[in-house]
Design a protein around this ligand. Structure first.
Ligand SMILES: O=P(O)(O)OC[C@@]1(O)O[C@H](CO)[C@@H](O)[C@@H]1O
Length: 402
């Protein structure tokens, strides 16, 4: 994507900004939570202290020569950023670097006895085991009698709002719009999304997952429905190759979520059976590509991933972080067309996301104005608004005409 002067890359160095608060407050809090959740030894605690000092006051340091992913990070910009403050490099990059360093500190990267022990697992498990999850799964029973289109839309909205860890299966956006001065759903390309997935579908849906637990469960339910109803012949679920952004889903989290579904009463277990069978016969596959944890926008994706997305009927990106990577982590004017900023994509793409960071595109002038009038800029990060956006074509000319 061209470097567009009207949409600066977001950094974390502006005191009082949301990105600054993530680096200065959220990351130290995450270190503390992880320390409290595990019986780590003195070496790990020392490393966590060092990470705390580095991420708040220090600079970016090189990876050890024997780090298994050193070559990846060398290619992802580490040489250019080494020696610079965490606040002065792209915020997306510093955040990813934080999680990479955290995994080192707790021994996840190994070798050693703590290799592969997910420091966020207790938090993910707690969410999956929460009574709210039972209530949300029980709500599936109410969908059973509905026409297929309504079930599909309810499951789409469950997956969308699951990004806020809220599985309320909203049957329509209209009711929310009537209630609030500023719409809860700030863009709704739901019809365009389902038009790409007709019930005669012979294609592949790629779903690029975000969080585990109460977001991954409705993502899996949506996939089950689309496969079961013939809206997709195959599905590929992209998860993270290692723990990331606290709650991001890994393959282990997929297994936990499936087992949770399978053990649930009522309709939920039926969805689990569909998914289990699809995994067994290869109609559903799980992928953990290294680029899923890259500190870069999807415009920079490697050729093998580009080819995979190109072959899909639709690639569906879940959540806020994936949205930032899909459109570029920049301060776009909110009315910048979504089709323009995703014009590099090799095939149709969709975003399902609740708004939890400053980045947004594709709003109508009226919606953008209503949001600002009602909430100033709080709507960008509060997680109370969401969007469904679809682009079926490459259209860089839209960007040029901005
Ligand atoms: O991708 P998610 O789970 O929807 O949201 C992740 C996220 O909200 O957490 C960050 C703060 O660390 C935000 O900047 C980021 O986009």
């Amino acid at each position: 994507m061209p470097d567009t002067p009207f949409a600066p890359v977001i950094l974390g160095n502006e005191t009082g900004s949301f990105p600054h608060s993530v680096l200065a407050e959220r990351h130290p809090a995450i270190i503390q939570q992880v320390r409290d959740a595990f019986p780590y030894g003195p070496g790990q605690r020392r490393e966590l202290d060092e990470l705390l000092a580095s991420c708040t006051e220090g600079t970016i340091e090189p990876l050890p020569a024997d780090a298994p992913d050193r070559d990846l990070w060398q290619g992802w910009g580490l040489p250019a950023y080494t020696g610079r403050s965490w606040y002065d490099v792209p915020w997306l990059w510093s955040e990813s670097w934080f999680y990479r360093r955290l995994l080192d500190a707790v021994g996840y990267v190994g070798p050693g006895a703590w290799q592969g022990i997910d420091p966020f697992r207790p938090f993910k498990r707690a969410e999956l085991d929460a009574p709210e999850t039972d209530a949300e799964l029980a709500a599936l029973d109410d969908l059973a009698g509905l026409p297929e289109e309504e079930r599909a839309r309810a499951l789409l909205h469950g997956s969308l709002w699951g990004n806020r860890a809220d599985l309320g299966f909203r049957l329509s956006a209209e009711s929310a719009e009537k209630r609030d001065p500023a719409p809860a759903l700030v863009a709704d390309d739901g019809d365009a999304l389902f038009a790409l997935l007709p019930r005669t579908g012979a294609g592949t849906l790629v779903l690029v997952a975000d969080n585990a637990g109460r977001e991954l469960v409705p993502d899996l339910l949506l996939i089950a429905h689309l496969l079961d109803q013939g809206r997709a012949a195959r599905a590929v679920l992209h998860v993270k190759p290692h723990p990331y952004y606290v709650s991001d889903a890994t393959t282990a989290d997929v297994v936990d979520a499936l087992r949770r579904l399978r053990a649930a009463p009522g309709a939920a277990a039926g969805y689990a059976r569909v998914l289990w069978a699809a995994l067994a016969d290869g109609r559903l596959t799980v992928r953990a590509h290294p680029f899923s944890c890259a500190p870069l926008p999807y415009a920079d994706m490697p050729d093998d991933l580009r080819a995979e997305f190109a072959a899909a009927t639709l690639t569906l990106f879940k959540g806020d972080l994936n949205y930032r990577r899909l459109v570029g982590d920049r301060l776009w004017p909110p009315t910048t067309p979504f089709t323009a900023v995703t014009g590099y994509a090799p095939g149709p793409v969709a975003a399902l996301r609740t708004l939890k960071s400053d980045v947004v595109t594709g709003l109508s002038p009226a919606t953008a104005a209503a949001l600002v009038a009602a909430e100033e800029q709080r709507w960008r990060t509060s997680g109370t608004h969401a969007l469904i956006q679809v682009s079926t074509s490459s259209s860089s000319s839209d960007l040029e005409s901005q």
